[in-house]
Design a protein around this ligand. Structure first.
Ligand code: UDX
Length: 439
């Protein structure tokens, strides 16, 4: 099939490459010429495992191309996936839907025949009908343009795998047995034939699935981090607690990793956007618990700063503090709402000299936080440090020999914000080891 993907960020670029891998002819469209040039050269403008391989493979044959032109996209296919960003509005909890509505308004007048628009961007419930209104107003073919909502659940760092092998496909339509349903089922044919469950819903439910899923995941993480607070007060160990809880199949171990909490471009923004939308709908009481989920998450960052102060004998100002990790989680260079950088920034503001190392996210971190120091080697970054903070759990950190690290610091004191350093090894190497949620 021929199809386009409008908006080629983390979601769209991965979707475009994955659709090409499924055998389709794909044109990706993005308004950013630099991004388009990089993608056409077979390179993602961000780090995502396996994505460059797919981009290189399919741009080389011409099966996958990228453009900045809406006209070219409209003429290329009659199946259009929309994956533009829907960030949080500055200073507000709600989503900023400008990019989405602009993309639809740009595309609509150029649709001259029957077409299917598939929304993949994360949106507040009630957005798809607004997209339909724009299409009715601006598309010359009127109701021959059908809309499907198909939320995307990919995790960064597993984006390619999650797109090619999703655990479910959710499709929201305006009615039953639409042409849009036949078209999208054909586009996902290989995935569906491999046994992936397909859940067909109305538009509102399909939009809600994504909001509810992310609200649940965020709640699960904040639940275990709330338990960490009680563990800290009582001398219990939250990592052992999580392991023990996780054996109960009703609870499950996944997403129950305690630590510095969640960040990234999705969970923080999505729970806030969900609360804002529930408020507009008069259902705000139903989601007041998400305020607490958000607050627990933010308290982990504050607790890390307090622990750092404690380890610096009560005074952060003038201390040399090394932060291992800048990405919001391992295996990505994404620093959006990164807990690690939030802590690094807070310590800098309290007067510490903060040196950051991250295996992939240094360039992004440097641009966003030029006031911090950066060293591109984990051992180089700890030189003469008074305190080491482990804030993003890259596997390379657990592999380092704590003795070799100790030889370079001024004071062998470490706080493990992710609980993946082995306390026995680190203490045996002479370190004062502290961790969130551990005695
Ligand atoms: C998330 C959802 O998983 C995905 O389904 C949705 O589409 C987008 O948001 P992502 O942001 O890529 O994906 O990351 P995820 O792996 O879910 O982690 C989110 C954050 O939670 C990270 O900061 C991670 O470090 C943290 N986390 C995750 C925990 O602190 N503990 C856990 O047990 C799991």
């Amino acid at each position: 099939m021929k199809l386009t993907v409008i908006g080629c960020g983390y979601l769209g670029a991965t979707h475009a490459a994955a659709m090409a891998e499924l055998g389709h002819q794909v044109l990706g469209m993005d308004i950013d010429p630099d991004k388009v040039a990089s993608l056409n050269a077979g390179r993602a403008p961000f780090f995502e495992r396996d994505l460059d391989d797919l981009l290189a493979k399919h741009t080389a044959t011409g099966q996958l191309r990228f453009t900045t032109s809406y006209a070219e996209a409209a003429a290329f296919a009659d199946l259009h996936f929309i994956g533009v960003g829907t960030p949080q509005k500055p200073g507000e909890m709600a989503y900023d839907l400008t990019h989405l509505f602009t993309a639809v308004r740009q595309l609509a007048p150029r649709l001259t025949g029957p077409a299917v628009i598939v929304g993949k961007s994360t949106v507040p419930v009630g957005t798809a009908p607004k997209v339909i209104d724009i299409l009715r107003e601006f598309a010359p073919v009127g109701d021959q343009v059908e809309v499907c909502w198909n939320p995307e659940f990919l995790r960064e760092s597993y984006a390619v795998e999650d797109t090619l092998h999703p655990d479910r496909i959710v499709l929201g339509f305006t009615g039953q047995g639409t042409r849009a349903e036949a078209v999208i089922r054909q586009a996902y044919g290989q995935i569906i034939e491999s046994g992936t469950p397909v859940i067909v819903t109305d538009l509102a439910t399909s939009e809600m699935v994504k909001s509810a899923a992310n609200a649940f995941l965020a709640t699960k993480i904040s639940f275990i981090n709330a338990m960490a607070e009680v563990c800290e007060a009582s001398g219990a160990d939250v990592h052992l607690l999580a392991e023990a809880l996780g054996h109960d199949a009703r609870i499950g171990r996944r997403g129950l990793r305690p630590g510095l909490g969640f960040g990234g471009g999705c969970l923080p923004k999505d729970i806030r956007g969900f609360m804002a939308r529930a408020g507009e709908l008069g259902a705000d009481q139903a989601l007041t618990f998400l305020r607490e989920v958000d607050a627990i998450n933010n308290r982990r960052r504050e607790r890390m700063v307090d622990l750092a102060r404690e380890q610096c004998d009560g005074v952060i100002s003038g201390k040399r503090i090394t932060v291992w990790g800048a990405a919001f989680k391992p295996d990505t260079d994404d620093i959006r709402d990164s807990p690690a950088l939030a802590v690094a920034q807070a310590l800098h503001q309290l007067g510490a000299t903060v040196t950051v190392f991250d295996p992939k996210a240094l360039d992004n971190a440097r641009k966003a936080h030029p006031q911090l120091d950066y060293v591109d080697h984990p051992l180089g970054a700890v030189r003469d440090a008074d305190l080491l903070l482990h804030l993003t759990e890259w596997p390379e950190f657990t592999r380092l020999d704590p003795k070799a690290v100790a030889a370079r610091v001024a004071n062998p004191r470490v706080i493990d914000g992710r609980g993946t350093l082995d306390p026995v090894r680190w203490r045996a190497a002479g370190w004062t080891y502290r961790a969130l949620g551990r005695p």
